[in-house]
Design a protein around this ligand. Structure first.
Ligand code: FAD
Length: 492
């Protein structure tokens, strides 16, 4: 998400917090708020705090907290996460907005019976409100964006009221709340459906890039797996610092990441997993430092550093509990990346998925001929199902439609990245009416705002009815890009 987008949302939220003398924007805040005559609003067990700031993943977005609550014991966690049976959905879990996916996973893992979310975004450091507000997703084709697992949500709206959104209360309003971009108010709690805990075998297999010549392989893989993700590490068939020409992309390999359900026992203890994650973090920092320190002088030499380091252990296969298999990579905030992601409908024979992944790889070699190396970390795709959240990039009333989400990720500051992504994005816009991931970078694409007004036109008209009802004074709506997109859809 761009600086402008973040800062403006924050300004709105801050105004709101200031008005209500408390910061609801954190896991730090407990459910019950009592009046204390000496101190105004007193938040149960929260520790008042000064000079404490919080930063987002790339340091663009910063807030100052007024109070903080750090869960340190299981009892603390139980207080901000509630697991309960629902008459319609079975076991559900309710978490306060700032709860991380890690905290949620652990509360479910140690519940009796053990439970899990069905699909989650890659990093367990993300918070439930953040993934729901922007429509984040995992890799599972039978499950869509994370908000599709939500069965209800409470939001503090502009009038200061706590409102509940659920399918049972009002389906249209719920479909607006599911991906709300912060426009309906401050999300306070999110309730997810859960599944009984299960194990997944997670395998990485390296295949030649020509594997993509038979797109039905992707379909077959999907049909015989729980989920899949395909990676490409740029220029991996070459030693970019020595080979004089980067010409033949068929020397490259791609990585097939595959999750399969299994009854086999897990391969690692939680303690061993912690150590693996620590090693991963060290690797991510190493990759980031090598690339970022050499990027200005020699972008070519560092274009395949990630390939070399991350491909050291090829063709591995291990068993994990579902959340550990989903969050197979540890988050390392010191390694800064740019992300852009586009979502388009999958053809029944998957030919367009293979073709577009291939096209991206070929284009990287075209750029290399001109001395440009716009991607130095990875390109990847995942397949997910449609959903009915109005502002979702995978919105479709047909539940059987599949979408491909294709991501491009260099380290922050890589030259020519925007030119490369613009080329890809415009191709996807023209061919498929593709939609960008709201939480990734897209505002640099020429004419993207009017394009988004068009492709989201019908959904924005419905969303606006709900938004205007809950925030008529536009307390939460002063983001310039969103304003322009909405105006284009509503008043054209
Ligand atoms: C390295 C990296 C990897 C990523 N991988 C994935 C991935 O696998 N899949 C995917 O889909 N996305 C992915 N993303 C994008 C990610 O899902 C989003 O950035 C997500 O918002 C992160 O959650 P957060 O808790 O950090 O959100 P935050 O940055 O805290 O919030 C994001 C936005 O959500 C809204 N919001 C947050 N909390 C509230 C609240 N309480 N009330 C109202 N609005 C709120 C605000 O508009 C805010 O700007 C990735 C991002 C990074 C940096």
């Amino acid at each position: 998400m761009t600086e402008q987008f973040r800062d403006r949302s924050y300004e709105n939220q801050k105004k709101f917090f200031d008005r209500h003398h408390c910061a609801l924007f954190s896991k730090s805040i407990r459910v019950s708020v009592e009046i204390n005559s000496n101190e105004g609003l007193f938040i149960r067990s929260a520790i008042p705090i000064r000079n404490k700031t919080w930063e987002n993943y790339n340091g663009e977005f910063r807030i100052t907290l007024k109070a903080i609550f750090e869960p340190t014991t299981l009892e603390d966690l139980i207080d901000i996460i509630t697991v309960q049976k629902h008459f319609k959905y079975g076991w559900t879990v309710t978490a306060e907005a700032g709860t991380s996916l890690l905290e949620l996973d652990n509360a479910l893992r140690y519940h009796d019976p053990p439970l899990t979310l069905d699909s989650e975004a890659i990093y367990d450091s993300f918070r439930v409100s953040g993934v729901v507000a922007v429509g984040a997703h995992g890799a599972k084709p039978s499950s869509g964006i994370m908000p599709d697992q939500v069965c209800s949500m409470t939001i503090v709206t502009g009038s200061g009221k706590l409102c509940e959104f659920s399918e049972e209360k009002n389906k249209l309003e719920f479909n607006a709340a599911k991906v709300n971009l912060g426009l309906l108010g401050i999300i306070y709690t999110v309730t997810f459906r859960t599944k009984p805990m299960y194990n997944l075998r997670l395998s990485y297999t390296y295949v030649p890039v020509t594997w993509l010549n038979y797109p039905l392989r992707i379909k077959h893989l999907l049909e015989t797996s729980d989920s899949i993700q395909l990676y490409y590490f740029p220029y991996n068939g070459f030693n970019t610092s020595e080979d004089p020409n980067l010409y033949d992309f068929t020397r490259d390999q791609i990585v097939v990441k595959r999750w399969e359900r299994t009854n086999e026992p897990v391969s690692f203890t939680q303690q061993q997993l912690k150590q693996t994650h620590e090693t991963q973090r060290q690797n991510f920092i190493k990759i980031y430092e090598i690339i970022s320190s050499n990027l200005p002088q020699n972008p070519r030499a560092v274009a395949n550093v990630a390939a070399k380091i991350l491909s050291a252990n090829k063709n591995t296969s291990f068993v994990f509990q579902a959340p550990d298999a989903i969050h197979s990579f540890a988050y390392e905030p010191r390694a800064k990346y740019d992300l852009s992601s586009y979502t388009f409908k999958v053809y029944p024979d998957f030919s367009n998925v293979a073709a577009e992944f291939f096209y991206g790889i070929k284009t990287l070699y075209e750029f290399a001929k001109e001395g440009k190396y716009p991607l130095n970390y990875l390109m990847e795709f995942r397949i997910l199902k449609s959903d009915e959240a109005l502002l979702s990039p995978t919105f479709n009333h047909d539940p059987n439609v599949l979408y491909c989400s294709l991501d491009y990720m260099p380290i922050t500051g890589t030259p020519d990245y925007e030119e490369f992504v613009t080329l890809m994005a415009q191709r996807f816009f023209n061919k498929y009416k593709a939609k960008p991931h709201w939480a990734k970078k897209w505002e640099f694409i020429p004419n993207v705002l009017s394009y988004l007004s068009d492709v989201y036109s019908d959904q924005i008209k419905l969303f606006e009815k709900v938004r205007a009802k809950y925030d008529p004074d536009k307390i939460f709506f002063d983001n310039k890009s969103l304003e322009e997109i909405f105006n284009g859809a509503l008043y054209k």
